[in-house]
Structures are given as structure tokens and as C-alpha cells.
Write a protein that binds this ligand. Structure first.
Ligand code: F6P
Length: 484
């Protein structure tokens, strides 16, 4: 099998470099060992009508990483525009933040078509394509348009929201229909999968039987594959990293005080404002915790040229300074707020130092920070995870302290409870979560998806003729519309 993995952002093989997102960090160890070619954006753009994509190939473990310069004319419309100002807010149920133009959609389709052309050079008779995430919803359809017959799988790392939310994305019907060019579509949770199925049923008028949709492309299987981590590797790294200078300096600076930790990209889906308000409330409700616990909040800037992100950055900075001004002392800072990224191994040591991990997104596909925090704990004296019930991880990590991130008082009470939880209860909760982490490792996730994609290939049937054309015609682009 010749596996080609595609994602917008790829990792370059240095595990200790700061990573901007869960996807690249999670995939690195498994893609490295699989011998796959991992194709993604080089982060550079190229001017001119670049019909033949230029690919730079680097070695990655037993395989390679192939970096594409994306077309300059379409990059902003694709990445900042349609992907991150239309799809991202909608996928995280924030349709109020959608800002998009028809040009952005055009650029998104152009970049998908461009990447499809670039992938042709990696195609061999036994190739499996595995496309990752919301940047490439229409890449499968573009590959089919280039007559690619290989199995193509797709995994969505974000949530898929309810129908009425995805309805706010212009051209969403076309995109959902284009996604049916994939043989297998994987979701993080059963709810995401059901929400997508409901779009297929209602918006496209197609039937789904036993998780399989028949469309003009053939058959597409919809299934759930919750992404995991390598818990043992992360635990080892955490145990080793406590002696890392950054971690040991942090430990010394605490003088016996407890620590809560939050690690997030500076994204509105992560619930940072609500979390900081909850700490503010906790210190007001329990003055005994002043000087008793501080919050280390690492918030890595992301997508800064998008207005919603710039606004959030200012709002969080202002709130942190207000809370520090209200509760701080000359020799004590309640919130240590950092706008930078850390490599995985230092992060592991920081997680192990904290008695409480706060992972309280308003909506999140999985949230691997939650899993990493648990794996990093010392089995003899583990910390407590406070986890939003709206993170995909809450399905598995149900022995964390689950919170509603919109209920500030409730979060304040739960964080205080976490800080005083007796050792035996902490251990029971930790052990139950570690069991789940071992059961759903990243290696298992990778193997399960590939196996399911191979199975789909074996059971292929003839495509339907022209599906429910009457219904689709009302909802899809006018005839003759071309995006590449
Ligand atoms: O699924 C979410 C994701 O694609 C992950 O890779 C990561 O959490 C984030 O988005 C990365 O975003 P960006 O590549 O825009 O920094």
C-alpha cells in the first residue's frame, strides 16, 4: 500500500518544535512510522499562473513530507477567507462570526483543485489517499474529476454542527455533495457523524443505510474514529521533562502553591474568556485560594490577520490584566499569561507540574490537550482534569470533572473542588481515563481508519446514475459553474 496523507499544515519531524495545532502534532509520530507521504502547505505562496505545482520533498521517518507552495492569488481567500472565516466559525457553531465573499469560496475551490493536481504525481496503482480536515472538503471531488480511482478517505478533526448552523455557510450544499466523492468520511464523535448524516438526508435528499450513502460518486461510508494519543510515550516524556530548565524554574517559582494550567491556541472556540472569568469568580468566592493557586495560561497566537482573532487577543489580554489587578499582590500574580508556543516535551513537564488541567472549550472536535494532560500525570499523585462537556474528548474522558463552560459559577465551584479532591478519588479518576487512552491510542486510530478505507474499497459497487437531480439542482451551483 502506498499511503498519501494530506493536510493543510504538516509537521516537519522535530517533535520539540512548538506546534500550532493538534492535527500536525498528533499525526507526526504515526505518519513517520507508516512510510506515508505527507503532503501539505509549505507556508509559502507563489505568484503567477502556477499550473504545475512545485513540490519540495523532505525525508520524514520511513516516508517523506512533500511541501507545496500554494497559489498567491488564492491563498488568503482560501485560508483566512473561506476555511477560517466561514467554515471554522460554522463548524464551531459560531455562525455570528462568518465573514465571507463569493471570491473566498472561489479561492477555496481553486486551492482544492490545485492540491488535487499536485497529488497526481504521488499516485501509484496501490495508492490510498487520506485527506485531513475542513480545508479540503472538496479535494476528493477534484481528484475524481481528474479520473483518480484510488480509495480516498477523509477525516474531520473539528466538530460537524447541526444543520441549521452549517446552513449559514454559503455553498454548503455543494460542499456536502462534493464530500460524497470520499469513500470513507470519519468524524470525532457520534454526534458529529449524525449531524452530517442529517445534512445528507435533508439538504441532498439522499438515503443512508447502515452508515452508507449512495450518490453519483458511488458509496460513502460515514463512521466515527475518535482520535487518540500515545499515552505511554507522553507519560515518559512528562516524567523526563520535569528536570527541563523551563519546568524546574516553574516548580521553584511556585513555593508550594498549587498550579492550574490551560494550553490553547488563542481561538474563540477555546472559551478563554469564560475560563478567566471562572478563575476570577473562584478567587472572589474562595478568598482562601488567593495565593493558594495560580493559573498558568499558555495562549498561542493563531490566524492573527483575521479580525475575530485580533479582537479576542485584545479582549483576553485586557481581562487577564483586570483579574491580576483585582486579586494580585506585590509578590503574587494570579494569572501567568503567555503568548507563545512550547514543544511537546516541555508541555508534558508543565502539565505534570499542575494539580489541575483546565480544558474548557465552548466547542471542540476532540481536544488532545485534555488527553495529554491526563497522560502526563504522575500515577501516584495525579492532577485533576476539568473538562468542557462540549469537547469531543468528554465522550471518552467521562471521569474528568465535566463542566458547562457557559456556567461561570459552576466552573468556579468545580475548579475549587478539583483543588481539594482527595488522593484516592484523583487516582480512581486518573486510572479510568488512562484505560480509555490506552484503548483509543493514536496508533489504533490510524490503523482503524486505514483498515476501514481498505474494506470500503473491497465492497465498492457501481455509482448511481444521476442521483436525485431535481432536489440537488435547486440547491447546487448553476449549471456551467466551474471552479478550476
Ligand atoms: O482541526 C483543527 C486544526 O486543523 C488542527 O490542526 C489545529 O487544532 C488547528 O486546526 C490548526 O489551525 P491552523 O493550521 O490554522 O493554525
Amino acid at each position: 500500500m502506498n499511503l498519501v496523507v494530506v493536510s493543510n499544515r504538516v509537521a516537519r519531524g522535530k517533535a520539540n518544535e512548538p506546534m500550532t495545532g493538534g492535527l500536525a502534532a498528533a499525526l507526526l509520530p504515526v505518519v513517520e512510522k507508516s512510510g506515508a507521504i505527507w503532503v501539505g502547505s509549505s507556508g509559502r505562496v507563489r505568484d503567477g499562473a502556477q499550473m504545475e505545482p512545485i513540490v519540495e520533498v523532505e525525508r520524514l521517518g520511513t516516508g517523506a513530507v512533500a511541501l507545496l507552495d500554494l497559489p498567491a492569488a488564492h491563498y488568503a481567500g482560501y485560508y483566512e477567507g473561506f476555511a477560517n472565516s466561514a467554515l471554522w466559525p460554522a463548524l464551531h457553531s459560531r455562525s455570528d462570526l462568518i465573514r465571507v465573499s463569493h471570491d473566498d469560496y472561489h479561492s477555496y475551490r481553486e486551492v482544492n483543485a490545485f492540491v488535487a493536481r499536485a497529488l497526481l504525481r504521488f499516485q501509484k496503482p496501490d495508492t490510498l489517499f487520506w485527506i485531513q480536515d475542513y480545508h479540503f472538503l472538496s479535494l476528493g471531488a477534484e481528484l475524481r474529476g481528474l479520473d483518480v480511482k484510488s480509495p480516498i478517505g477523509f477525516f474531520l478533526h473539528t466538530p460537524w454542527p447541526s444543520r441549521c448552523v452549517i446552513d449559514s455557510v454559503p455553498h454548503h450544499c455543494e460542499l456536502v455533495e462534493a464530500m460524497l466523492a470520499y469513500d470513507l468520511i470519519g468524524f470525532q464523535t457520534a454526534e458529529d457523524c449524525e449531524n452530517f448524516a442529517s445534512c445528507v438526508r435533508v439538504d441532498l435528499g439522499l438515503k443512508i443505510r447502515n452508515g452508507v450513502v449512495k450518490s453519483r460518486f458511488g458509496r460513502t461510508r460515514l463512521a466515527v474514529f475518535p482520535i487518540g494519543i500515545d499515552a505511554d510515550r507522553f507519560a515518559q516524556s512528562a516524567a523526563k521533562s520535569v528536570s527541563h530548565p523551563d519546568v524546574s524554574r516553574l516548580r521553584r517559582s511556585l513555593h508550594g502553591e498549587k498550579l492550574a494550567i490551560g494550553v490553547d491556541r488563542l481561538d474563540y472556540s477555546k472559551g478563554l474568556i469564560n475560563r478567566i472569568n471562572a478563575f476570577d469568580r473562584m478567587w472572589s468566592m474562595h478568598p482562601g485560594l488567593l495565593r493558594g493557586v495560580s493559573l498558568l495560561q499558555i495562549a498561542t497566537p493563531t490566524r492573527e490577520s483575521i479580525e475575530a482573532y485580533g479582537n479576542l487577543q485584545s479582549e483576553v489580554a485586557r481581562l487577564v490584566s483586570e483579574v491580576n489587578g483585582r486579586h494580585g499582590e506585590a509578590d503574587w500574580t494570579p494569572i501567568r499569561y503567555l503568548n507563545k508556543g512550547y514543544g511537546q516535551s516541555v508541555l508534558a513537564g508543565l502539565y505534570r507540574t499542575a494539580q489541575v488541567g483546565v480544558v474548557t472549550p465552548l466547542h471542540d472536535g476532540m481536544n488532545l490537550v485534555a488527553k495529554e494532560y491526563v497522560a502526563a500525570q504522575s500515577p501516584v499523585d495525579p492532577g485533576v482534569l476539568v473538562l468542557s462537556k462540549f469537547a469531543g474528548a468528554a465522550d471518552e474522558l467521562d471521569t474528568a470533572l465535566l463542566v458547562n463552560p457557559h456556567d461561570i459559577d459552576g466552573m468556579a465551584r468545580t475548579i475549587a473542588m478539583a483543588l481539594s479532591m482527595p488522593l484516592n478519588e484523583r487516582r480512581l479518576r486518573y486510572e479510568a481515563m488512562m484505560l480509555k487512552l490506552h484503548r483509543h491510542s493514536i496508533q489504533q486510530w490510524f490503523a482503524d481508519f486505514i483498515e476501514a478505507l481498505q474494506d470500503v474499497e473491497e465492497s465498492k459497487i457501481e455509482p448511481l446514475p444521476a442521483a436525485p437531480a431535481a432536489l440537488l439542482a435547486q440547491r447546487l451551483a448553476p449549471p456551467g459553474t466551474r471552479y478550476h
